[in-house]
Each structure stands twice: as C-alpha cells, then as structure tokens.
Design a protein around this ligand. Structure first.
Ligand code: PLP
Ligand code: COI
Length: 365
C-alpha cells in the first residue's frame, strides 16, 4: 500500500526582497550566517506526517516541555543546490541525504519521513528562493533539514509529535581561510563515539559533545579536531564535521585511503563520492583502518604525500599540519597538494555542471 505524500501549502513572504537587497545580503557568504526568505515546516502527529507549509523564514514556537529540548531527539542533514550553466538549479545527491536522515531518525527512535516528501520540500523551497542560489564556483545554496521532538511531556520515551523543518543558507567557503590547508588536533582526551553509540547518526548530541574538544583544538592553534576510535584510542575516525582522506604515492601509483566505516563515524556522502571520483581519475581508492602511528610513519617515510578533509560544507579542504600531545607533523610542506586539488576540481565541476554527471548525482529542481 502506498500512502499519499502530504500537501505543502505555500505562503510567500509578504515583502519579498528586491534583487538589489538580496544581492547586498549575499555580498559576503560566510558559512551559515545568512538565511533565505522562506522555510518549510511539516508537523508529525497521530502517527502521520501532516500538511506542511512553505512560509516566511522566522522563529519556531515551541513548548518549554518539548522533549527535544530535554532529551535530545534532534537530527539534521546538510546538502547543497548549485546553479548550472543553463540557469537551472540542481542538488547534489540529495536522495542520499534523505536516506541518511531516515537512518538517523531510526537510531533516535524518531519517525521516518518519506524521501519523496523530503525532496518535495527541498524543491518547493529552492523554487521559491531560487534567487538565493549563488552563481560562482565554490558557492552554493546550503540546505539544512532537521527534525525535533515537540511533545510537551517530561517522561523519557520516544515522542509522539515531531516537526520537520527545512531552511536554506547561501554558502561560500566553510573555513574563513578559503581553500588553504587547515591544522588539525588529534584528540586524545575526548572521544566522539563508541561502538553501539550514535556515531553514525547525524544527531544534535554528537555535535554538542564535540565542542569542548573543538575548543581544545583551537587552543592548540588548530582549526579542527580529529577523532580516534573510542576502544583503542589509536585508529583515525573522522573530524568534527568532515571525513578524512590520506593520499599515498608509490612510483606512478596514487592511492587514496579513507577510514573504513565502523559504525562510529558518519558515512559521508562526499566521502562516498570521492571514492568513486578517485577511481574515475585513475587513482586506487581504499577504505581501511589507519592508526596514528601509521600516519606518522607514512609521512616520515614520504609514502603519504597529502591529507585532506571532505564534507558537504567543507567540500575538500587540505590538511597542512597535524598535532597531538608531544608531536607535530607537517604534510606536503603545509601546501595544497595536487591530488587533493584534482579531486576538488573534479567534484566542483560535476556540481556546477561543467563536467558530465556520469553517475547521475545531480537532481534537477
Ligand atoms: N562527518 C561529520 C561528523 C559530519 O558532520 C559531516 C557533515 O555532514 C561529514 C562527516 C561529511 O558528510 P557529508 O559528506 O555527507 O556532508
Ligand atoms: C555538513 O557538511 O553539511 C555538516 O553538517 C558539517 C557541519 C557544518 C556540521
């Protein structure tokens, strides 16, 4: 039996911005600071998604006893829409985000949203706020879907009422430094996720728990934290909001390596795409465990030539230095590496429609 997808009622903002006002607001695209004029809200109650609304962007009204505020049933996603050479707009692998959203929902005992509804909400929002999709390479409209429990109830149990919200933000580079290598702090004092925990879910609590480690990384002169596995405190997992890749050169052979999915790291969609793109570019690509000691040895021996971080927000960002208590290593003289930049260029070309989308990753709005 197929259930009908709920309707979305469209209530445009009363005073839509003029092109000039919008252009002024889009003048500086620091990540996550500017929001478009509309958002989508879809309530869930009585076991079903209800009629939703695309309406002016603004505050939500929540009961103080709403259970997400207390017990953290709160998940989110991030994906991007890109302006195409023919003036159309396409999203990158948003079906994958819809699927991952539902895997996060299942882990947090929250209801699934039909992927068709998730995508319909994105289409409606992007269509209404099309003027907010930046045109320059490396810029995009970042879409942020989230779901929170809204039950006004203090007992600890899965809520029965939820709100799906989707809003958008025109985005430039995630790191203020642009595409310059970042320094990373390998965290030995904190862990992000343990086996059986919520590491592979995109739930709010994972990010809250990461913040003291991120603050420590900043104190140590680094931009981001690198997480190690919780059991051995030895194997590299991922970064605060990005996955990691390591580039090896042996003679003519280039291999990119990324930590295998262990259940405790986020299965990044950029990561998945780069494993494919690396092979398309003639590199070997492997998913396997990598210890910090191995990382140090491979850098020292010159076998490992580049390291980079990847994610929707960060795209591909080179890593120039990795530090931990008692050691520090410089990677590729702290400069952008050729394999990193080739992958970055190949990914952006597909996203901006200047290279063929042979894997069918782009979805037309
Ligand atoms: N790891 C974490 C913890 C993240 O928050 C993200 C960002 O979404 C990623 C990895 C990269 O995932 P994706 O490429 O799907 O954006
Ligand atoms: C993303 O890349 O979409 C993320 O969610 C990372 C971060 C901004 C939390």
């Amino acid at each position: 039996m197929t259930t009908a997808i709920p309707e979305l009622k469209i209530t445009p903002a009363a005073h839509r911005l003029s092109d000039a006002e919008r252009a002024q607001r889009m003048g500086s695209l620091a990540f996550g600071r500017t929001f478009t004029e509309h958002m989508v809200v879809i309530p869930y109650k009585d076991g079903a998604w209800q009629t939703g609304e695309v309406k002016p962007y603004g505050p939500l009204s929540l009961d103080p006893s709403a259970s997400s505020l207390h017990y953290g049933q709160s998940i989110f996603e991030g994906f991007k829409a890109f302006s195409q050479p023919d003036g159309s707009v396409k999203t990158f692998r948003s079906e994958q985000n819809a699927e991952r959203f539902n895997r996060s929902a299942a882990r947090m005992a929250m209801p699934a949203i039909p992927p068709e509804l998730f995508l319909k909400a994105a289409d409606a929002l992007i269509n209404l706020d099309k003027g907010w999709v930046p045109k320059n390479v490396g810029e995009s409209l970042y879409l942020r879907p989230l779901m929170i429990a809204t039950d006004p109830f203090l007992g600890v149990r899965p809520a029965t009422e939820y709100l799906f919200v989707l809003f958008a933000s025109p985005a430039g580079a995630y790191f203020p430094s642009g595409v310059k290598p970042v320094n990373v702090w390998i965290s030995e004092d904190f862990v992000r996720a343990a086996p059986g925990g919520t590491g592979e879910a995109k739930c709010a609590g994972n990010y809250a728990a990461s913040l003291v480690a991120q603050a420590q990384a900043l104190e140590k002169g680094c931009d981001q934290v690198v997480w190690l596995d919780a059991v051995h405190r030895e194997f590299v997992e991922e970064m605060g909001g990005m996955n990691l890749f390591f580039v090896y050169k042996e003679g003519d052979k280039t291999t990119v390596v990324t930590p295998e999915l262990t259940g405790t790291l986020l299965p990044g969609i950029t990561r998945l795409s780069l494993l494919q793109l690396a092979r398309d570019l003639g590199f070997a690509a492997e998913e396997r465990k990598l210890s910090v000691q191995q990382w140090r040895d491979d850098i020292a021996a010159g076998r490992m030539t580049e390291v980079f971080a990847c994610g929707t927000a960060a795209v591909i960002t080179p890593v120039g230095k990795a530090k931990a208590n008692g050691f520090e290593m410089t990677i590729n003289n702290g400069e952008n590496g050729p394999v990193t930049m080739a992958l970055r260029e190949a990914l952006l070309a597909i996203q901006h429609g200047t290279a063929a989308d042979k894997h069918g990753w782009m979805r037309t709005i």
